[in-house]
Design a protein around this ligand. Structure first.
Ligand SMILES: [Zn+2]
Length: 330
């Protein structure tokens, strides 16, 4: 039960650090002989307590919290508060984050909010101001939400990965599409983990101007080379740091030097919508599988044939079935 003891202590420290008197109504039980310090960077962002109507959630005792579910409100913070305070809606979430980064707590962590069907019992729900089909995400919203998620992960021993931090659309039986294709999971997870969290630039189509250009694990020549791209090929850049661009390369992300990349406009890209999609050597299932791409990855489209899309992938021209992708324009 070491994990339980540790959790209890984190809760104690978390509450001391908060100062608002507005959160998690758990009465922490201090276990004698267990001394742990709060992990670095685990402070809970300041929250405003605006309770949901008690008809919209279940008061729970000791529950295991294993997931954080990310939502969009499909409206404003005020809209979310109105819905969660209306006893007729049967809806709630624990937190609501605004464009300005302000965090409202509406249900205590220990209680079961109604936001993600089967996942309600074991999850914390975070609503975000905005819409699943619009790219209105602000940096303040990403940063404060990620601070909150980081604190939740450290406090409740939730792994900081996409298995445990997921979108409403990814919860079992979900019929909702939020947080939508514009939510930048790469950036968000980097913020949560406090790893090289470079603010994302709007997605850019970058064309290679060198004959051969290295792709590396980080934004300088001191990082190792994971492959190369060639003159004329185009890749989707998701971030920029010190003159280097982070691109979707081959089922993963890599960095290339921006001195040999030039931005192109009105370029069509695809976003992968299947969990995992085969990449083939030609436009049909009779062609061999050369690899896979995962949900949310983005590639530039070269051409389309019978519903198959030819993309630049890892320095090669390869094909994916178009029905499991969505187009976007850079
Ligand atoms: Zn939702």
């Amino acid at each position: 039960m070491n994990a339980m003891k540790r959790m209890t202590f984190l809760l104690v420290f978390g509450m001391l650090g908060c100062g608002g008197g507005n959160d998690d109504g758990d009465d922490p039980v201090v276990v004698a002989g267990t001394v742990e310090t709060e992990p670095t960077g685990s402070a809970k962002p300041a929250t405003t307590w605006v309770p949901a109507d008690p008809a919209n959630y279940v008061s729970a005792g000791d529950r295991g919290i294993e997931y954080v579910v990310i939502h969009t409100i499909e409206g404003t913070v005020a809209d979310a508060i109105a819905v969660f305070q209306n006893p007729a809606t049967q809806k709630s979430a624990h937190y609501v984050v605004g464009y300005d980064g302000a965090v409202t707590q509406m249900v205590q962590d220990k209680d079961v909010a109604w936001h993600a069907g089967e996942f309600n019992a074991a999850s914390i729900g975070i609503e975000h101001e905005g819409y699943a089909n619009a790219n209105n995400w602000t940096t303040a919203e990403y940063v404060k939400s990620a601070e909150l998620t980081r604190w939740l992960c450290l406090t409740y021993a939730i792994p900081m990965d996409r298995e445990h931090i997921l979108g409403h659309s990814e919860a079992p039986g979900a019929t909702h599409g939020d947080p939508g294709i514009y939510f930048d999971w790469v950036y968000y997870l980097a913020l949560v983990k406090q790893e090289n969290a470079v603010p994302s630039v709007p997605y850019k189509a970058m064309e290679v101007t060198a004959s051969v250009l290295n792709v590396r694990t980080g934004p300088s020549t001191s990082f190792s080379i994971i492959g190369t791209v060639q003159n004329g090929q185009r890749y989707v850049a998701v971030a920029e740091s010190g003159g280097w661009y982070r691109i979707y390369y081959k089922g993963n992300l890599g960095w290339s030097y921006g001195g040999y990349l030039t931005q192109k406009y009105n370029v069509t890209g695809i976003i992968v919508t299947a969990d995992l999609l085969n990449v083939r050597s030609g436009p049909g299932t009779s062609y061999s599988i050369v690899g896979t791409v995962a949900k949310g990855e983005r590639y530039v489209v070269i051409s389309i044939s019978n519903g198959w899309k030819r993309i630049w992938w890892g320095g090669q021209e390869r094909w994916v079935y178009g029905s499991y992708t969505e187009d976007f324009t850079m």
